[in-house]
Design a binder for this molecule. Structure first.
Ligand code: FES
Ligand code: FES
Length: 157
């Protein structure tokens, strides 16, 4: 079957198997920032925005998504450069192997949509479903708090 999606602002058409998950479709279309860490909803590395909210793309059937808008970390960069979440992750040493980073940034973006001034505890709670084997979470959490401050100051990218 065929579905149409808007991925990072661009229209896209995909021929999919009825049981295929969004993660596999996105990766097949070349969006390899969407990582497969567990294939069963445990690690958060495949998180993307689906119509503006974070989902684990390995848990969503692509067949349900005809007409949906998907945002991956590849769509965060704007005309002025990196999104604050990307910039602070890199600048703050929050990226080591980087496997978890796309999912963490999309999860953080979802959090900041509703909580533009989150506490550290709220950031940590939001990342409860995101596994990072490298950083111990200290720097990712700090980077997200710094990005939130930049966004509140009106810096989009
Ligand atoms: S690959 Fe989707 S949550 Fe782990
Ligand atoms: S930076 Fe390696 S898993 Fe998070």
């Amino acid at each position: 079957m065929k579905i149409t999606l808007t991925i990072d602002g661009k229209p896209s058409e995909a021929t999919i198997d009825p049981g295929e998950c969004l993660m596999d479709v996105l990766r097949r279309l070349g969006h390899t920032s969407v990582k497969n860490g567990c294939d069963r909803g445990d690690c958060g590395s495949c998180a993307v925005l689906l119509d503006g909210r974070a989902v684990n793309a390995c848990l969503v059937f692509a067949a349900q998504l005809d007409g949906a808008a998907i945002t991956t970390v590849e769509g965060l960069e704007g005309p002025g450069g990196l999104h604050p979440l990307q910039f602070t992750a890199l600048d703050g040493g929050a990226v080591q192997c980087g496997f978890c980073t796309p999912g963490i940034l999309m999860t953080a973006l979802d959090l900041l949509t509703d909580h533009p001034d989150p506490t550290e505890a709220e950031v940590r709670r939001a990342l409860a479903g995101s596994y990072c084997r490298c950083t111990g979470y200290v720097k990712p959490v700090a980077a997200i708090l710094t990005a939130a401050a930049l966004l509140r100051d009106g810096r989009r990218d």
